[in-house]
Every structure is written in C-alpha cells, then in structure tokens.
Design a protein around this ligand. Structure first.
Ligand code: CAA
Length: 258
C-alpha cells in the first residue's frame, strides 16, 4: 500500500515509516495524520513486524500541527471534531514498540508525536520545542503532560512558557531522548536498535512496553504488582523456555513469538 504523505518500507521485522511532506517541514496536516494512523494500524496488524521506526527528513522530524489548516478553525469545529485526536492517538495506543529517529525540527505536535513513541534517538542537529505559546495557543497533543513527566516541571515550564528550542545535547542530559548520534548515522543507528528489539520474543517486548508505560499511570505498589503478574505470565511462553534453555546450552535462542 502507498500513501501520499508517508513512505513505508519493511526491513526484516522492522517497519520504517517516514513522514514525507518536505515542502511544509512535515507539518502534521489531517492528510498526513490519517496516513500515519493507517500505516501504524497496518504495522500493528502485520504479525511479521515486531518493531516500528518513525522518522522525518534531515531538516525536520515534524514542525508541528499544520498552522495553515488550523488558523481559521472555530472553537466548535475544534471541539466537535475532537481536533488533534483521531489518527494522533494511534501513535500512543500502538502496542508494538515505536522508535522515533529525530533529525532537525521536532516542534509542537512534532515534539509531541516523538514523545508518544517509546524511544527517541536524535541526531546532533535535532531541535525540540513547544512553541505554541508564540502563535497564540498552547500544546494540545500531550506537550504539557509528557514533557513534564519526561524532563520535570522546571524545564517543561521553561519550554512551554517561553517556546524555546532545546538542542539535542541538552535533550539527552534532560532525559527527553535516549541517545544522540551523528546526523549521517541516524537511520543506521535507529535501525540497529529496532532490529535488536525485533530479534526478541514479540510478546515479551509488548509486555515490557506495557509495563514501563504503566509506571506513568499508577502508584508504585500497583505498578510493581502489574509488572510481577506480567513477569509470571512470561512463564507460559515457549520463548521463555527456549530463551533460558539456550542460555544454559550456551547457544543463541530461537524465538517463535509465542
Ligand atoms: N504548519 C504549516 N506550515 C508550516 C509549519 C507548520 N507547523 N512549519 C513550517 N511550515 C511551512 C512554512 O509555512 C513554509 O511554507 P511556505 O514555503 O509555503 O511558506 C515551509 O514550511 C518552510 O518553513 P519556513 O520557511 O518557516 O522554514 P525555516 O527554516 O525558515 O523555519 C521553523 C523553520 C523554525 C520550523 C518554522 O517553520 C516554524 O517556526 N514553524 C512553525 C513551528 C510551530 O509553531 N509549531 C507548532 C504548531 S502548533 C501545534 O503543533 C499544536 C499542537 O500541540 C498539536
């Protein structure tokens, strides 16, 4: 299947989605978000895919929601159409891991989409920001929430209230991203991480993702209980028997995803 605003390719067990609206720095128009949502649904449904990579161009991961499209929207249109919901939530609700590979601008909705992913790997040129305040509005796709949980109140306030850009090295120090790599190595490094994850047992990987995300939704004791129950359930997997047997037999495991 081909899309107008995203490119899709499969490399082994990894699905690579590339945002492709270069003339608008990958601004997240309704068309782009619809393509992204459909492509993610297809990746979820494809049992041969274990991990998803989401990238933009070298200049921009995404420069935010499309300002031209939303400038004249009325309150009623925004509210009744549940603006910034349909399609967007596919990124955060996807059960398979998504690695964001960010180069250049990740602003507004672009930063928010990156934060909905599970791991953010950035090139040294990456620029993160929530500049909505500078265009008369505020973050609407999780910026005030995910950024605060990720980098703490003071830095999140600083970013959201001033609209300033955070460069890759500061983003790494602050814990927003997991690693910084040279710009010409970004795709290669992101793919290596995705392929590593994809080489493991898919149910294990999905349970780990679900469990880490639970840390943001619940108390420590409930989170620990949730983790323990999922851990117990891995003993129902053939992959647990195989993984541990392979360790004891000093050979690489052969996971079947069940
Ligand atoms: N929406 C629509 N079009 C956009 C866009 C956006 N968010 N960002 C860039 N573009 C378009 C520009 O209008 C321009 O198009 P034209 O050539 O037709 O004029 C093209 O992309 C290239 O952009 P620039 O000429 O501005 O490129 P630059 O290199 O000079 O600047 C930039 C790059 C600093 C990223 C600048 O484009 C910019 O500030 N963009 C807007 C960033 C922003 O405010 N994002 C937040 C949007 S609101 C939001 O996302 C709400 C939410 O929480 C979901």
């Amino acid at each position: 299947m081909t899309y107008k605003f995203v490119l899709f390719e499969k490399v082994g067990k990894v699905g690579i989605i590339t945002l492709n609206r270069p003339e608008a720095l990958n601004a997240l128009s309704e068309g782009l978000i619809q393509d992204l949502g459909e492509c993610l649904e297809r990746c979820e449904a494809d049992p041969t895919l274990h991990c998803i990579v989401l990238m933009g161009s070298e200049k921009a991961f995404a420069a935010g929601a499309d300002i031209k499209e939303m400038q004249s929207k009325t309150y009623m249109e925004a509210y009744m159409g549940d603006f910034i919901t349909k399609g967007w939530e596919k990124v955060s609700s996807c059960r398979k891991p998504i690695i964001a590979g960010v180069s250049g601008y990740a602003l507004g909705g672009g930063c928010e989409i990156a934060m909905m992913c599970d791991v953010i790997i950035a090139s040294e040129t990456a620029k993160f920001g929530q500049p909505e305040v500078s265009i008369g509005t505020m973050p609407g796709a999780g910026g005030t929430q995910r950024l605060t949980r990720s980098i703490g109140k003071s830095k999140a306030m600083d970013m959201c209230l001033t609209g300033r850009i955070m460069e890759a090295d500061e983003a790494e120090r602050a814990g927003l991203i997991s690693r910084v790599v040279p710009v010409d190595k970004l795709r290669e490094e992101v793919l290596l991480v995705a392929q590593k994850i994809a080489s493991y047992s898919l149910p294990d990987v999905m349970m780990i993702k679900e469990s880490v995300n639970r840390a943001f939704e619940t108390s420590l004791s409930e989170g620990l209980r949730f983790e323990r129950r999922l851990f117990h359930s891995t003993f129902a997997l053939e992959d647990q028997k195989e993984g541990m047997r392979a360790f004891l037999e000093k050979r690489p495991p052969v996971f079947k995803g069940k």
